[in-house]
Design a protein around this ligand. Structure first.
Ligand code: HEM
Length: 462
């Protein structure tokens, strides 16, 4: 078969393993297959081979950037219809990837985060104000509110635009266009007659992309003309002013548009999912919730009239452990795609041909018992004490992806999530009134499906 000894499930004629993977829940199918077949297995997607790797020692090999590169294929390649050669969907070899990477790296570095804090606080306060005004029997649609928060945060930090999600019942039309676009990119599977069957969707995609591009282009043009807030420390101003030191060039307006759409795509679902899963885990682990309250009370105090400072947010170390443990069990970017530059042999025995689509299944890497012990499914924030982190191999925890193509928004997302969870715990008691049983909804990312909770303001807050 050309795969050496890589195991795989039985194949059907023509479609191969296409039906082995559930269309609604492909990632959960892959998790199941990894449980049955082990740290590496292969699938035949209608003649196209795919290798899925989730064992820690094999993952270490595919994270070697001299051997493997990020693969922009399948649905990710289709996202280029909206995000073009923006950072997330660019090929590593494209000039614009290097250029934008060089220009944007400092704007996402830890040092830059203080500038975004007031904007993050602004949106987080809107969420808290909404929750403070709820009746005791009002349900919170957790994923909805966390998505609203994440979107609004990128809107203001990215380009000083307010989606004002907390002031509407539905999402801003831009978000509807973006959501439909991503759905259309995900449902296509490169099958025959697909273009005909999906004709309506593909026409909608065109008009959605045109709508999003115009909204963003208008903002960029206005800013170039000297309008908008020139002093605002948002990503757009950094991009307009930024020069790549190696080429002396700056980003084109088209590429800036792609980057803005990229931040919205790459940043909102993943961050919202992280905060939603974290609230789920807090509700289901009373001892962890107790310790988190204890830390929040010690670090932030009970005066809710003053916003947490940068230093306070960075001292919420237990909350950060909780967030990391949540990213371990349900990494909201649950897999990444890679390919080898040349023919490879993994683990001294598994042949992988040059260019083969290779999925790093983060979801199962994070449950490898050789790393996480005999109870890898147990929620345990102690996995992220400083000592525990220092004693683990480098590639055992990959929620942010790998190497130079890893997440540029990592510090941004962690600061936002720590601030928000901190502010929520400072203000509210949480109630799991429906005894929610976790179900995973899969889109580009993963989220807890149908998760609702209730809150009550904590007594003694001023
Ligand atoms: C890339 C995860 C939040 C912007 C990635 C990758 C992962 C990831 C796994 C690598 C994707 C791949 O290899 O194909 C996450 C998670 C987040 C998060 C789990 C939140 C919990 C954000 C935010 C932003 C962002 C808030 C921006 C504001 C990006 C960009 C890339 C990226 C631009 C592409 C980087 C490049 O290839 O140069 N992210 N991300 N992400 N992320 Fe994030």
């Amino acid at each position: 078969t050309g795969f050496g000894r890589i195991p795989g499930p039985p194949k059907k004629p023509i479609v191969g393993n296409m039906l082995t993977v559930d269309t609604e829940t492909p990632l959960q199918s892959l998790m199941q297959l990894a449980r049955e077949l082990g740290p590496i297995f292969r699938l035949d997607m209608m003649g196209t081979p795919m290798v899925v790797v989730s064992g820690a020692s094999l993952v270490e090999e595919i994270c070697d950037e001299t051997r493997f590169d990020k693969a922009v294929r399948g649905s990710l390649r289709r996202v280029r219809s909206a995000a073009g050669d923006g950072l997330f969907t660019a090929y590593t070899q494209e000039d614009n990837w290097t250029k934008a990477h060089n220009i944007l790296l400092p704007t996402f570095a830890q040092r830059a985060m203080a500038g975004y804090l007031p904007l993050m606080q602004d949106i987080a306060s809107q969420l808290c104000m909404k929750w403070e005004r709820l009746n005791v029997d009002d349900d919170i649609d957790v994923v909805h509110d966390m998505t609203a928060l994440a979107l609004d945060t990128i809107g203001v930090c990215g380009f000083d635009y307010r989606f004002n999600s907390f002031y509407r019942r539905d999402y801003h039309p831009f978000i509807d266009a973006l959501t439909r676009t991503l759905e259309t990119c995900m449902v296509q599977r490169g099958l025959p007659f697909e273009k005909m069957i999906l004709r309506k969707r593909l026409e909608q995609l065109k008009s959605d992309v045109a709508f999003m591009s115009k909204l963003v282009d208008d903002i960029v043009r206005e800013r170039r003309r000297g309008g908008g807030d020139q002093a605002q420390k948002d990503l757009l101003n950094f991009m307009l002013a930024g020069v790549d030191k190696t080429t002396g060039e700056s980003l084109s307006d088209e590429n800036i548009r792609y980057q803005i759409i990229t931040f919205l795509i790459a940043g909102h679902e993943t961050t919202s999912g992280l905060m939603s899963f974290t609230l789920y885990f807090l509700l289901n682990n009373p001892d962890v919730l107790e310790k988190s309250y204890e830390e929040v009370d010690r670090v932030l105090g009970n005066d809710i009239g003053v916003m947490p400072t940068i230093s306070q947010v960075s001292h919420l170390t237990y909350v950060q452990q909780v967030l990391n443990e949540s990213l371990r069990l349900w990494p909201t970017a649950p897999a990444i795609g890679l390919y080898p530059y040349n023919d490879e042999i993994l683990g001294n025995q598994y042949k992988v041909k040059k260019n083969t689509f290779t999925t790093l299944l983060t979801l199962m890497l994070h449950r490898d018992p050789s790393i996480w012990g005999t109870e890898p499914e147990r929620f345990n924030p102690d996995n992220f004490t400083r000592e525990a982190e220092a004693s683990r191999p480098a590639h055992a925890f990959k929620p942010w992806g790998n190497g130079q193509r890893a997440c540029i928004g990592r510090q941004f997302a962690m600061q936002e999530a720590t601030l928000v969870i901190g502010m929520i715990l400072q203000r509210f008691q949480l109630f799991d009134h429906q005894k929610y049983q976790l179900r995973i909804k899969e889109t580009m990312s993963i989220k807890p499906d149908g998760f609702r909770m209730r809150v009550k303001p904590r007594p003694g807050r001023t």
